[in-house]
Ligand binder design. Structure first.
Ligand code: FAD
Length: 125
């Protein structure tokens, strides 16, 4: 397979990463426990340190300092992520995404009711 150009590879990584992150927050429990909230917060702090695109990671670290991860509920975390993604969109000159359309855009294909996942951050497949 031919090697992708840098910009194409960066965009492909970004697109799949955002898809994963939005799907994850939309599966986060409606009523998370203290431990689940901490897990999500730590996840995003570590994610910001480890994201493979260095420039993106530095910017995202600053972004989550300004807008810390919201972990109080599924909608809280999903809307927070939509807002920070829109901040990245703004920086890159991309259109703002309507956050009220979030639920319609992301489906994990897990075949169960996401509302049933309130018992854990990683619902059974
Ligand atoms: P993407 O932004 O990848 O979005 C994919 C799809 O998600 C869109 O087509 C749309 O359907 C949906 N979407 C768009 N906005 C939202 C939203 N707010 N909420 C929910 N869904 C939405 N690239 C850089 O060049 N510089 C950077 O500094 C940079 N920082 C990044 C930081 C992070 C944490 C990540 C994950 C990616 C970053 N990227 C960066 C990559 C960049 O954000 C895009 O992923 C890439 O440019 C491809 O853009 P795209 O137009 O395909 O849409």
């Amino acid at each position: 397979m031919p090697k992708m150009g840098n910009a194409t590879a960066k965009a492909a990584l970004g697109r799949s990463t955002w898809h994963f992150l939005h799907t994850m927050t939309l599966r986060f429990p409606d009523k998370p426990t203290k431990e689940q909230r901490k897990t999500l917060q730590t996840f995003f702090e570590n994610f910001a340190l480890l994201y493979p695109c260095g420039d993106c990671a530095r910017h995202f670290q600053a972004l989550i300092k300004e807008l810390p991860p919201q972990t109080g509920s599924r909608m809280n975390s999903a809307l927070w992520l939509c807002t920070v993604h829109n901040k990245v969109n703004e920086r890159l000159g991309k259109p703002e995404f309507p956050c009220d359309k979030l639920d319609e855009s992301y489906d994990c294909g897990c075949g169960d009711d996401p509302k049933a996942s309130a018992g854990g951050t990683a619902p059974a497949a």
